[in-house]
Design a protein around this ligand. Sequence first.
Ligand code: ATP
Ligand code: MG
Length: 653
Amino acid sequence: YREKLQKSGIYLDNQQWEAVQTTEGPLLILAGAGSGKTRVLTTRTAYMLSELNYSPKELILVTFTAKAAKEMKERMRLYPGLNRQTLNQLVIGTFHSIFYKMLMHHDPQRWSPSNLLKQDWLRQAMIKEAGRELNLDEKEFAFDQALTQISWWKNHLMAPEKIKGKDLFEERVVYLYKRYEEMRKAQNAFDFDDMLLGLYELLHENDRLLKRYQQRFSYVSVDEFQDINKVQVELITMLSDRTKNLCVVGDDDQSIYAFRGSEPSYILNFKERYHNTKMVILSENYRSSHEIVSSANNVIHTNRQRYQKQLHAQTSTHSPPLLFYPFDEEEEATMIVTDIKKQIETGANPEDFAILFRTNTAARALIERFISSSIPFQLDADGDSFYQRKAVRKILAYLQLGINPDDGHALTDLIGALFLKQETVQEIKAASITNNCTFVEALPLIKGLKPFQTKKLQTLPTKFKQLKEKSPIDAIAFIEQEMGFSEYVKKNGNEGNKMERGSDDVRDLKVVARQHDTIEDFLRHINHMTIKFDELRNQKANPNSVQLMTIHRAKGLEFKHVYILSTVEGGLPHDYALEAWRDGDDKPLEEERRLMYVAITRAEDSLKISIPLMRRGKKAFRSRFAREIQRIAPEQAHKSRERNVANGQGIHD
Ligand code: ATP
Ligand code: MG
């Protein structure tokens, strides 16, 4: 079979081949990035089907993202001796897709897709309703973070009754969790987590069904096992319990979903769980150039919590990573777009490029630059767009009310920043009708406030008038200093929500504001970008386009040319990890380092790392990860060609 494979251009080294031939019993493949783990998994499956003539119905192959599953299926098509019919019978997919199908099969009515709480806002609405029972302010409480926490608990099989909140915020979230589950059940609805949890509960209760599945699936394989969480590991264990033919593949250095409850301990303790595990280690990297592999090694070696592995480059290519230093995010975006454009003009394909970033908001300038370029591109990122961030929306609400003092949406967005409750909105609207004045003019008419509050509100109508006359950048400063916004951010910025960094967002907004002369023009730009952003999310996939994606989404994928955005302290590593690190907890920082490792190892031929000198309107410092690339192997440092290209030279070798 190995020869047949070679004829089809699929090569395997000896270790890989050994793993392919190990079809029975527990098998652990633990290896660094680009070492052919996924290739082994697909080849092993092909081998079992076409060489050993196993039935495709016996096999189940799980991976993490829909993209990865799709890619696996495409790779499978290239194997000799596999026909379409066989492939169609094979169960390949994400945890959610596979296990949800089982649930649907079992009870189509209860698990009908129409009962799925698909959009985030549906879940938000539910816990917000529960929040009212606690008198939580709808606009101010970190409901999105509460949902993340609830999801984490669910994935850890933790029922609300068993959890004791460790602070006031968490106590509230426990209550919301309990109510959320009650409301959800009353409506017969389920969320994404329930797709796994539901099957877990079902198989626990229904032994006959479990046995049936165990009979059917004799061979279970899982890719990216380092990111598995409690409920997933339980399901996999249950399914493979009869035969123990369980093959898991992963790299603890690429574990990047701790915030969602994934635990690398499952891969690291696999051998203890299954005593007769056969372990295969792959140490050749077939993806990237020599220098890219050693950069990745240099970075990841700094982590203390890891399984020591070797990784050597096998490719014949030599291309050191390039560090470049744009002035700020705007120049960073311009340089990258120009650089890619030039290469496309000389024959490169858009699909050869990926630009990776830590968070969605970090890509704001880049996305805007791509929108106004002619290069086909695709955005793959979850989370809010920059202009939907809490602090940003509040500033925009001030500006909108400056322009249109009767803007009801803006008033609703703003109300918390004035230290008022949502109910007051109705009162303001009523007062504006009775007194025949605008919403803004009605602000001082609110009753039942403390004298100092009333006094503050009295000054606002005049201030909104003054605001209107200013340039966008002056207007924002005015809002912060004269209209009480700084005070609000100070009091509210981080409460229960470390990730939401209000003042950073405002600084970033100022970068945009500086580019516009009038408030109207500024708001028009933002409106345009918001619409485009939504369009981007819903647009159909165009395979030949530049990929703009978060590092999380890029896991398992590879690209000829990779750019990493904003590799500065506070960007990558993210601020929240630095904060934890300063408080003596280096776990989050190690996870950030793994993210850097994942980002670096996506690149085949070229890796360009951007280190802006200014970020979000402030001086930035080069990321410790950029230093680590060079520090550990100084001979590499000379090779990686550094250029300060802030004066518009473009990215050069
Ligand atoms: P990641 O950790 O990023 O998921 P991986 O370990 O799954 O990476 P693969 O994606 O399977 O690695 O392989 C990386 C690249 O190397 C792919 O393009 C694959 O086709 C190629 N490759 C794997 N093994 C070999 C080999 N023996 N000879 C040549 N190319 C190989
Ligand atoms: Mg892989």
